[in-house]
Design a binder for this molecule. Structure first.
Ligand code: KG4
Ligand code: ZN
Length: 337
């Protein structure tokens, strides 16, 4: 069964083809980073317009790389939320159009379920059940994953998401958008231990997070006219604070669930220091950490095509109502029909 996946929930336009027996055949992506950089963040209206410009050329490129004809597609999976509604509508309408023209069904996919299942695209992937840390620009969630669609949210951020905290702190340090990877790069040159920031909510039980206080702490610690080394040292301490906080809660989640596998997904999952610390600390517990390859940590359509395959029994007629939801709680999902 051949699934076309389409992702347009934020600032990446992406297409992928996943085959149930042959695996991932091709995936393509256009990042809007350059388009939004001058505004310091994603401008929703510009994002929607750019998705419209990019989606069809990407689709043609994906089919050509996979060496398949559109007529061979069995179903079209698309990100139905959560995300920017105008951006989601481009993917939803494109998916419905292609599916209707081919007389095939569509499969609406929850973006975070895509991230959760992304490690399944790798040869070395976990078996259910596992604990999952979803860390992106919009979400920080710890999830108990019993199977596809069987998700229990163990904890989440009560304010800023981890990626959002990276992005906002990067801005404070004068770094260009997108902040996360730029801050991580600056932190490489920073001396650890010169500054001391809090590890929010680690001193009390529970698995919720709070990251908004950290950026305020950075603002307070940042001397006026700070030189490059000072900024690098502060970036290093900020990264250490976020990483340590995430690691403490992940280990707690493994202890509470008894699971021996931890999946890490979402853009912040590309952070090298987070990956290293999690692997080391989980190993001490006899647990193994599974990461998607870095390009499948950030937004992509391979994970949407895969989730579409996992939910192939949920396919619906392309002529039905389009789904595009700005907000959509992961725990609302049910297992595939
Ligand atoms: O999952 P994603 O691509 O988009 C969504 O938010 O859905 O995640 C993007 C987030 C941004 O906040 C970005 O700054 C952060 O992931 N990010 C990183 C790194 N790479 C991306 N944060 C820290 N270190 C990185 N290496
Ligand atoms: Zn995402």
């Amino acid at each position: 069964m051949l699934i076309l996946g389409i992702e347009t929930s934020c600032d990446e336009t992406a297409c992928a083809l996943y085959d149930g027996s042959r695996g991932l055949l091709a995936h393509t992506l256009h990042s809007q980073v350059a388009l939004h950089a001058q505004y310091g963040g994603v401008v929703p209206e510009l994002a929607s317009r750019d998705h419209i410009r990019r989606i069809h050329p990407l689709l043609a490129e994906t089919l050509s790389r996979a060496k398949v004809e559109a007529s061979q597609i069995d179903a079209v999976a698309y990100t139905a939320g959560p995300g920017l509604v105008g951006a989601l509508m481009v993917g939803a309408a494109t998916a419905a159009g292609i599916a209707a023209a081919l007389d095939r069904p569509t499969i609406p996919i929850h973006h975070m379920e895509g991230h959760l299942l992304a490690p399944m695209l790798e040869a070395d992937h976990p078996a259910f059940p596992f604990a999952a840390l979803l860390v992106s620009g919009g979400h920080t969630l710890l999830v108990d994953v019993e199977g596809v669609g069987r998700y229990k949210v163990l904890g989440e951020s009560i304010d800023d998401a981890a990626g959002e905290a990276f992005d906002k702190t990067a801005k404070l340090l004068g770094l260009p958008y997108p902040g996360g990877p730029n801050l991580a790069k600056l932190a490489e040159r920073g001396k650890p231990g010169r500054f001391k920031l809090p590890r929010p909510m680690t001193d009390r039980p529970g698995l919720d997070f709070s990251f908004s206080g950290l950026k305020t702490a950075v603002l307070v610690a940042l001397p006026p006219n700070a030189d490059e080394q000072t900024k690098a040292d502060l970036a290093r301490e900020f990264e250490d604070a976020v990483v340590e906080t995430l690691v403490i809660k992940c280990i707690r989640a493994l202890d509470e669930t008894g699971h021996r596998a931890l999946v890490v997904a979402g853009g912040v999952g590309a952070n090298r220091r987070l990956r290293e610390r999690l692997v080391a600390d989980a190993a001490k517990r006899g647990a193994k950490v599974y990461f998607p390859r870095p390009e499948f940590c950030t937004d992509n359509a391979a994970m949407i095509a895969y989730a579409g395959w996992a939910r192939r029994t949920d396919a619906i007629a392309a002529t039905g109502a389009l789904a595009a939801r700005a907000r959509w709680d992961l725990s609302e999902l049910a297992p595939p029909a």
